[in-house]
Design a protein around this ligand. Structure first.
Ligand SMILES: NC(=O)c1ccc[n+]([C@@H]2O[C@H](COP(=O)([O-])OP(=O)(O)OC[C@H]3O[C@@H](n4cnc5c(N)ncnc54)[C@H](OP(=O)(O)O)[C@@H]3O)[C@@H](O)[C@H]2O)c1
Length: 382
């Protein structure tokens, strides 16, 4: 029996994780759930999974939740709530699936508390990857990726010698706007950018997928998770989203992981680790698919991913600034306050305006992210 905390339980990943958990009642017990403001969905989840603790983002939501959760369930508000869920003494495994930089403190708390972690919240590693990975190693904490690409790489590394890795190849679907000509991108609406062909995800990551910033953030995530220099991490666009990523070894051999586009696959890999869960997803029918295609990413139409390499080159607080600027720019785009093509420009401008400092603490990473957010906001306002 693995005892779980699901952070971001009301989101796309959280809901799919609970779907996996519900299929294996003899394997998992939900001890803590943490959400933002979706009180109705959290109440349903609490009634069904009977956690000991639920957390919500603010006091108003906490008062509402307290009225509707079963008696005896502890309710904690604010960031302290997610941190309490992540470090609850009865929890063994934390699924970190809050969206954005808001997930960093609870991920850090899970590491400090020595929990095994299933990490969906890539922004934790973008903001403070170097610190978190070092601290996890000191604490003997395992971080299992939930992002499908990193899960694929994790699976492709098992049984191999890390010193024999030549490069990592992250696959990208190309996102909802892959075929859109450069001169149309400026006028793309949020509704169009949110229509992802292969994956149903939260809004922030779907827009990041459209700009290819998501792939850039994944390069940063891979850099820290697998301790590989950025020049040995490549991106290849693979519109079918069947090959979830690959590792190339020094003899030229490539090891890849393939599967249907269903996040319950990588979620169950992390939850079941070191074993696998017998998940009855639709089988992958390669014969029916017929062909798998690959192409290079287009840095002219979708320059956002190149900013991640630039941020890694600048080092220190730069990736946190990029992440914060991206959150603000995506929110502005979704609110109709800037154009699609402005998102990458706002991020580039914030990155170049920032005076980089060596990264020493999680707090400093959060401040740098906040600086990036404000800088992008200021430019949108202008
Ligand atoms: N969705 C995917 O397929 C996918 C794939 C790979 C990686 N990821 C990563 O997984 C993470 C979650 O993505 P998602 O698509 O599941 O996002 P989502 O659908 O937007 O869900 C986000 C979750 O975080 C909660 N949340 C947001 N702000 C919060 C705050 N300040 N405090 C506490 N909780 C907060 C939300 O709560 P409420 O809804 O209750 O407000 C919700 O439960 C992201 O880092 C994303 O990059 C997602």
């Amino acid at each position: 029996m693995k005892r779980l905390a699901i952070l971001g339980s009301t989101g796309s990943i959280g809901v799919q994780a609970l779907d996996v958990v519900a299929r294996f009642p003899e394997r998992f017990e939900v001890v803590a759930l943490s959400a933002g403001r979706n009180v109705a969905r959290l109440a349903e989840q609490a009634a069904r999974f009977r956690p000991r603790l639920v957390a919500v983002a603010d006091e108003a939501a906490a008062r509402e939740v307290a009225r509707v959760v079963p008696a005896g369930v502890e309710v904690v508000a604010g960031e302290a709530g997610a941190v309490a869920a992540a470090s609850h003494p009865d929890v063994q495994f934390v699924l970190a699936a809050i969206s954005g930089g808001a997930g960093l403190r609870s991920t850090a708390a899970a590491i400090e508390a020595g929990k095994e972690i299933g990490l969906a919240n890539k922004e934790s590693l973008v903001l403070a990857g170097e610190l978190l990975v070092r601290r996890a190693a000191e604490r003997g904490v395992t971080i299992l990726p939930v992002d499908s690409e990193h899960s694929a790489i994790h699976q492709s590394l098992v049984g191999h010698n890390r010193a024999e890795v030549r490069r990592l190849l992250l696959t990208a679907s190309g996102g909802p706007l892959r075929g859109v000509p450069a001169d149309e991108l400026r006028d793309v609406t949020p509704a169009r950018a949110l229509r992802h062909p292969n994956w149903s995800m939260g809004d922030k990551i779907t827009i990041d997928s459209a700009t290819l910033m998501n792939k850039g953030l994944e390069v940063i995530e891979a850099r820290w998770l697998f301790d590989v220099e950025p020049r040995r991490i490549d991106i290849v666009v693979h519109p079918e989203s069947i090959v979830h990523s690959m590792v190339e070894y020094i003899d030229g051999s490539m090891v890849a992981q393939l599967g249907v586009s269903d996040m319950r696959g990588p979620i169950s890999y992390a939850l079941g680790h070191p074993g696998r869960l017998a998940l009855d997803l639709a089988p992958l029918d390669l014969v029916r698919l017929g062909r798998l295609t690959f192409e290079p990413p287009d840095a002219v139409r979708f320059p956002a991913f190149t900013l991640a390499y630039r941020a890694l080159e600048l080092g220190g607080t730069a990736p946190a600034v990029l992440s914060g600027a991206d959150e603000a720019a995506v929110a502005a785009f979704l609110a109709g306050r800037c154009r699609f093509t402005d998102v990458a420009e706002l991020c580039a401008a914030a990155l170049e305006a920032h005076a980089v400092e060596p990264l020493r603490s999680v707090e400093q990473a959060l401040q740098a992210s906040e600086w990036g957010r404000r800088e992008a906001e200021r430019r949108v306002g202008r």
